[in-house]
Design a protein around this ligand. Structure first.
Ligand code: DGY
Length: 319
């Protein structure tokens, strides 16, 4: 910062780690939304006015109205997903966009695997049963059985960084791994199969696609009907990839055996959500990237992308 020069304005729709925020404050005139998240729409529109840099979160809708309310150089999102940003409009306006891939692949793959183990071995279901006083006799040979992982077929939809990280974990558990992706991937140890075949042959399907026009509502009643009756669905990608109403119906009628979900069409999810009343589903509150280590790395990359964009350069991880 040259003495006497005016600091450029940066708006953050939520807090990042103190160490990262302190550094941003030295360089820019920062304004941080410290209230409940997501930031209310009117405060977002207000906050972004006059800012040249915007740091946002995956649950903020950064559409044309928000983009046009400011004169931004860069939008830096604290997420790998960027379906909440009107990328085409931002690009038309010459705004750079940064995101945080790579650093969260292991954490998200861990969670997908955790949801898979949990739903197949019925851990959380058992926890709920004990807490409501439902464990009334010791369990015999046929009681409360789950499903093993060994020699089961895992179908990964979307073989990007997270899909590949999940394949590594599944291989260590002796699973057969198939995948469907737009592009074929070498060296993952998984076998490519067409989508229809993956759906009908998998014991577990795990979704790792971004939310786009192509993947919106990808898993609907027609697809669920073609899954094995004993199969499980895991989603750590984006809620809108799955038709939640169809999934709740399929779980209720035992069209499939169970599901593990970290993402939902509208978040946060309350106890009245159609999926929240079902026993054969494990729900987690969108915590795919939520380890202390990963979140700090994401904050550092978000700040790095912002700094580069503010200087008119390409973000380190650029959309
Ligand atoms: C992402 O980074 O897009 C995750 O969904 C946020 O946890």
């Amino acid at each position: 910062m040259i003495p006497g020069s005016v600091k450029k304005r940066v708006f953050l729709t939520g807090r990042l780690h103190d160490v990262v925020q302190r550094d941003l404050k030295k360089r820019y005139s920062t304004k941080v939304h410290g209230g409940k998240m997501p930031i209310p729409r009117s405060e977002l529109l207000d906050g972004v006015r006059g800012a040249e840099g915007l740091v946002c979160f995956p649950f903020d809708r950064i559409d044309r109205e928000v983009i046009d309310a400011a004169d931004l150089r860069v939008i830096s999102t604290y997420s790998v997903g960027f379906d909440h940003i009107d990328v085409a409009h931002a690009k038309k306006r010459g705004i750079k966009i940064g995101y945080t891939p790579d650093v969260l692949s292991d954490a998200t793959a861990d969670l997908a695997f955790c949801l898979m183990l949990d739903s197949m071995r019925r851990v959380t279901e058992g926890d709920r049963m004990i807490r409501r006083g439902g464990w009334r006799s010791v369990l015999g040979a046929y009681d409360y059985v789950g499903h093993g992982m060994q020699a089961k077929t895992l179908g990964i939809v979307g073989m990007g960084r997270i899909g590949r990280a999940l394949a590594k974990r599944a291989a260590a558990f002796g699973m057969n791994i198939t995948y469907y992706s737009r592009r074929r991937v070498r060296g993952s140890g998984a076998r490519y199969v067409p989508f229809e075949r993956l759906v009908s042959e998998s014991d577990v399907i795990s979704l790792h696609v971004p939310h786009t026009a192509e993947t919106d509502n990808m898993i609907h009643a027609g697809v669920l009907k073609k899954m094995k009756p004993g199969a499980f669905l895991i989603n750590t990608s984006r809620g809108a990839v799955v038709n939640e109403r169809d999934l709740a119906g399929a779980l209720r009628r035992k069209v499939i055996a169970g599901a593990g979900l970290d993402v939902f069409c509208s978040e946060p999810v309350g106890r009245r959500h159609p999926l929240a009343g079902l026993q054969n589903v494990v729900l987690s509150p969108h915590i795919g990237s939520s380890t202390a280590e990963t979140r700090l790395k994401m904050a550092e990359i978000t700040a790095c992308n912002l700094r580069l964009g503010m200087a008119g350069r390409r973000p380190r991880y650029s959309v």
